[in-house]
Design a protein around this ligand. Structure first.
Ligand SMILES: *Cc1c(COP(=O)(O)O)cnc(C)c1O
Length: 357
């Protein structure tokens, strides 16, 4: 499909963010976006790169009432030689369509997903920040725009991509975060939508996050929805625990997100001399193992959060400190290697990097 590039009027051109230390996460957006529509009987039509501006939506739109929405998150990096690299974008394309299927939305052809992102990023490449820990966050999403108040899959969808120059996801940067294990609310249940990257999962997570924040925590760690016993994941990160030289993470049982970063860590770790294991992690056993000194590090993995070390982990009345509140060696090594590959400082032995022409 041909992607039309509509002109950018002078009043839609914004000033670039000069002080990259002030970027934060997801606060600023570039000048342009991608928009493609899907209409019943026609399929995907009208692919265009256009100014980043508000949508005109009927207040009856399905997405506004029944949350028929999915999204993705990936990043573009500007290398020292000026090339622009995406990290494993085919994985995002594939997962987007898995989410689409679960939420009864049409699949976006992988080539359209990738080509659309590449063309948009190429046009906006001057927006990619270059300071350490910064990148261009890419947010593809799909919404149901039928102006009909009936609960059913829509006949009209918008697939769109917006771009945001970002710094570290957590205000503290690459420093340990404090996590509360949530033992009341749950995020996902077997048969639910936990594996789909859909807005509804996040809406239902807000209350737990807000209550944890009030108690001074950065994030909550979800337990399984049936027994509230096994570790699932954190907000927008999969979780890993280091038992000496072995790192352990929860298996993909259908209730957690299948993270691209999670997969990258599981692939990278053995090449760095670490063992990996995917298994159910019982929270009571985990706490006992931290107490006994068997668990030496914990970290989260996600595109936005990259590799984020855990400082304190609290469950019910007990708070345990990991790695003395410092960044552990395994966590640091994985962070350095992963970000090294993404930014071209370390050779990509895996074929993960895809350059934007
Ligand atoms: C996006 C996301 C992740 C991380 O996935 P990556 O592909 O590594 O960015 C983890 N958990 C949830 C709930 C997510 O939405």
């Amino acid at each position: 499909m041909e992607i039309t590039i509509t002109p950018l009027p002078a009043d839609k051109i914004k000033d670039k963010i000069k002080d990259q230390a002030q970027l934060g996460f997801g606060k600023y957006f570039t000048d342009r976006m991608l928009l493609v529509e899907w209409k019943a009987g026609q399929g995907w039509v009208d692919a265009r790169v256009k100014p980043h501006e508000p949508f005109q939506l009927d207040p009856a739109c399905a997405v506004l009432h029944y949350a028929q929405e999915i999204f993705e998150g990936l990043k573009a990096y500007k290398w020292d030689d000026g090339r622009v690299a995406l990290f494993r974008p085919e994985m995002n394309a594939r997962r987007f369509n898995q989410s689409a299927e679960r939420i009864c939305m049409p699949a976006v052809p992988e080539e359209l997903f990738l080509k659309g992102i590449e063309q948009l990023v190429a046009l906006e490449k001057d927006w990619i920040p270059t300071a350490p820990e910064t990148s261009l966050y890419i947010r593809p999403a799909m919404i149901a725009v039928d102006p009909v108040l009936g609960v059913k899959p829509s006949d009209h969808y918008y697939f769109f991509v917006i771009l945001s120059p970002v710094g570290a996801y957590y205000a503290a940067g690459f420093n340990p975060v404090n996590i509360l294990v949530e033992d009341r609310y749950v995020r996902a249940v077997p048969g639910g939508t936990g594996e789909a990257k859909t807005g509804g999962n996040y809406a239902s997570s807000l209350m737990a996050a807000q209550e944890a924040k009030k108690k001074g925590f950065d994030q909550v760690l979800w337990l399984d929805g049936r027994e509230r016993r096994y570790i699932e994941e954190v907000g927008a990160m999969n979780m890993f625990f280091a038992y000496g030289n072995k790192i352990v993470t929860a298996p993909l049982t259908g209730t957690i997100l299948s993270g691209v970063t999670r997969d990258s860590v599981l692939t990278l770790a053995p090449t760095l001399g670490y063992e990996v294991e995917e298994r159910l992690i019982d929270i009571a056993e985990l706490m006992a193992d931290i107490r006994a000194g068997k668990v030496t590090e914990a970290f989260g993995s996600g595109t936005a959060a990259v590799i984020t070390p855990v400082g304190k982990l609290c469950y019910k009345d007990e708070c345990l400190q990991l790695t003395g509140g410092r960044v552990g060696d395994i966590t640091q090594k994985l962070y350095d290697t992963l970000t090294g590959i993404q930014t071209g400082k370390i050779k990509d032995e895996f074929g993960w990097v895809r350059f934007v022409a």
